[in-house]
Ligand binder design. Structure first.
Ligand code: NAD
Ligand code: IPM
Ligand code: MN
Length: 354
């Protein structure tokens, strides 16, 4: 039997609440399957840890994490610690340090999930976003000159390397080829005359190696409009770090809400552990009430099983989520229900065993 070592960083706000349910579901899959098992090790890192120690994780945090098979993360960030400190000190440190250059985010309207768009067919909202996750607008490079003086200047550099662009765009082409889907690049070369011209050029260059893949290219402003007006245009989508961040919250909004939006930070080379986390944050407005929707975290756990090669389990969990949504009995308030976080998780575990 294969035992996977999982590091669990539940984090802040609703993070620990939704994480408990994802772990519950993973334990159930192991129990039913019998071929694999997990050990879960909790690390209490996050904003409370920061207030006690002055760090979001210990100095040797990355060293501790590097031997795990995967990391599960709840959410990071809470009022009281500036977001750029908490996120740079933990979440982004792990994404960058472990070269998790693919952020894979499904935007799929599951059966039974609510959709605010009218005149849109359910099957038209079925995209996979491949977000560049290691550089771009998130490089963290810049300067703050003449701080607090009248001449104050800030510079935030976007970094687009050939290696960084090629590997994420190639990943997207390969996925489109494998799934027989179209590939859409989203950029903004009309205004960003270095970074996005370069991005578009590489998208075209690599496309010559994939003549079988039908491609489209949109400017990010028009793409946002089409995601709402005509989402069926998008199948596999590849885009930069910041655009991918923004567009996947829009994606969440059209595909059932933040409580259903999952994402995986992948190091496809498997040199370092990959990290699985929902798209949503710590939701301070509902934290501590036991009403956060755990389904995004549970879907994220399904992505981890996909990544380990148990795709049948990934599919089985997503099917169980669809069944739960369609039955409509055990849903949290964001989906119009009255169930608690743990009651929703328990219901999913029951469906999984069926
Ligand atoms: P958020 O995603 O936490 O919340 C936005 C809205 O969605 C809120 O109304 C919230 O109640 C709702 N929501 C989010 N998750 C939900 C769930 N599971 N069930 C039901 N409703 C849910 O975004 P925000 O308010 O902009 O950010 C709060 C904090 O989280 C900030 O510190 C931010 O930096 C951080 N953040 C962290 C991550 C992460 O760790 N991956 C992602 C986004 C934001
Ligand atoms: C996300 C989040 C993060 C991001 C923040 C918290 C740094 O919004 O995972 O979507 O921008 O990547
Ligand atoms: Mn985001």
């Amino acid at each position: 039997m294969k035992t996977y070592k999982i590091a669990v960083i539940a984090g802040d706000g609703v993070g620990p609440e939704v994480m408990a349910e994802a772990v519950k579901v993973l334990k159930e899959t192991a129990r039913i399957d019998g071929r694999f098992d997990f050990t879960f090790t909790d690390y209490p890192w996050g904003c409370e840890y920061y207030l006690k120690t002055g760090r979001m994780m210990p100095e040797d945090g990355m060293e501790i994490l590097k031997d795990y098979d995967a990391i599960l993360l709840g959410a990071v960030g809470y009022p009281g610690v500036p977001d750029h400190i908490s996120l740079r000190g933990l979440l982004l440190e792990i994404r960058h340090g472990f070269d998790q250059y693919i952020n894979l985010r499904p935007v799929k309207l599951l059966a039974g999930a609510p959709c605010p768009l009218k005149d849109v067919k359910r099957e038209d909202i079925n995209m996979t976003f491949i977000r560049e996750n290691s550089e771009g607008e998130y490089s963290g490079s810049g300067a703050w000159l003449y701080k607090d003086q009248p001449e104050e200047v800030v510079i935030q550099n976007a970094v687009f390397s050939r290696k960084g662009c090629e590997r994420v765009i190639r990943y997207a082409y390969e996925l489109a080829r494998k799934e027989g889907k179209t590939l859409t690049s989203i950029s903004k070369a009309n205004a960003l005359n270095y970074s996005m011209v370069f991005w578009d050029q590489i998208f075209t260059e690599l496309g010559r190696e994939y003549p079988d893949v039908e491609t489209h290219s949109y400017l990010v402003d028009a793409a946002s409009m089409f995601m709402v007006k005509d989402p069926g245009r998008f199948q596999i989508v590849v885009t930069s770090n910041l655009f991918g961040d923004i567009l996947t919250d829009l994606g969440a909004a059209i595909a059932g809400g933040m409580g259903l939006a999952a994402g995986a930070n992948l190091n496809p080379d498997k040199k370092f552990p990959s990290m699985f986390e929902p798209i949503h944050g710590s939701a301070p407005d509902i934290a501590g009430k036991g009403i956060a929707n755990p389904l995004a975290s549970i879907w994220t756990a399904a992505q981890m099983l996909d990544f380990f090669g148990y795709e049948e389990w990934g599919t089985r969990i997503v099917n169980a989520i669809e069944k739960l949504l369609s039955e409509g009995k055990d849903l949290t308030p964001d989906l119009g229900g009255t169930a608690s976080t743990s009651a929703c998780g328990d219901a999913l575990v029951r469906l999984l065993a069926e």
